[in-house]
Ligand binder design. Structure first.
Ligand code: DX5
Ligand code: ZN
Length: 234
């Protein structure tokens, strides 16, 4: 390999390794104009659309189901990152897969059948995600790291947008990053809850590669610039 092409090769690998993805959460969108909101996110440079599904049982709030995901899916071609905050998520995997989800993430605290549920997501042709609450230790998810494409580290207790980032989760992100790198796994590490330009940078420095955010992105004056700035955290 010539020296300049080698340089290009290695710099493109580094670029791929360090590229940060931004996943705006539509929980903070104006639901009366959901299609326009999703198109606006995509045009502003969002990488994924983060969809918060809440059942009123696992979390106190109720949000959206597969019918809305299916309709929203028609408005955009970027991946839908569907975060299931529901008890017994295994009951709903087919419905969310058929609705057009690309990544389906379940909570380790929400089911006793984590392994079969993750396998089912992959057998439906989707990427499998696993998430954990702020007070759940990394050790709980460690046995499943080989079965997932995404680890979502919650930096607030799930249920509502607009909460404060819990800084204690940064050490869990570092632990997850060390594990993924040591075992050469192809697993994205996403962080979700209270992410803004300050906490997002801290999470990326700890090893996160995907930032899910609601309020900070929907309340900022220039969404395109904000997303472009966050892309440079790496
Ligand atoms: C919390 C949700 C988050 C939340 C993010 O239960 O999973 O995705 O909507 O919203 P902000 O960024 O406002 O904390
Ligand atoms: Zn979420």
């Amino acid at each position: 390999m010539r020296e300049d092409s080698a340089k290009y090769y290695y710099s493109s690998i580094q670029y791929a390794n360090w590229m940060i993805k931004i996943a705006p959460s539509i929980l903070s969108a104006d639901f009366s104009r959901l299609g326009d909101e999703i198109r606006r996110l995509e045009h502003a440079g969002a990488d994924w659309i983060h969809v918060d599904v809440m059942d009123g049982n696992f979390v106190p709030n109720i949000t959206i189901g597969p019918v809305v995901v299916g309709q929203a899916r028609k408005c955009s071609s970027i991946p839908f990152d569907v975060h299931l905050m529901v008890l017994n998520p295994e009951k709903y995997l087919e419905a969310f897969a058929e609705a057009g989800s690309d990544i389906i993430t379940l909570h380790i605290e929400a089911t006793d059948d984590v392994r079969p549920a993750l396998r089912r997501i992959r057998s439906l042709g989707k990427r499998a995600g696993l998430t954990l609450n702020p007070d759940t230790a990394f050790e709980r998810v460690e046995p499943h790291m080989g079965d997932i494409d995404l680890l979502l580290v919650m930096s607030v207790y799930p249920g509502f947008a607009g909460q404060e980032f819990i800084p204690e989760v940064l050490s869990k992100i570092r632990e997850a990053r060390d594990y993924v790198d040591a075992n050469k796994l192809d697993v994205e590490i996403e962080v979700d809850g209270g992410i803004n330009s300050k906490t997002g940078k801290m999470a990326v420095e700890a090893g996160a590669t995907v930032l899910a955010a609601g309020s900070a992105l929907f309340n900022c004056p220039d969404l395109r610039k904000e997303i472009a700035d966050w892309h440079k955290f790496a």
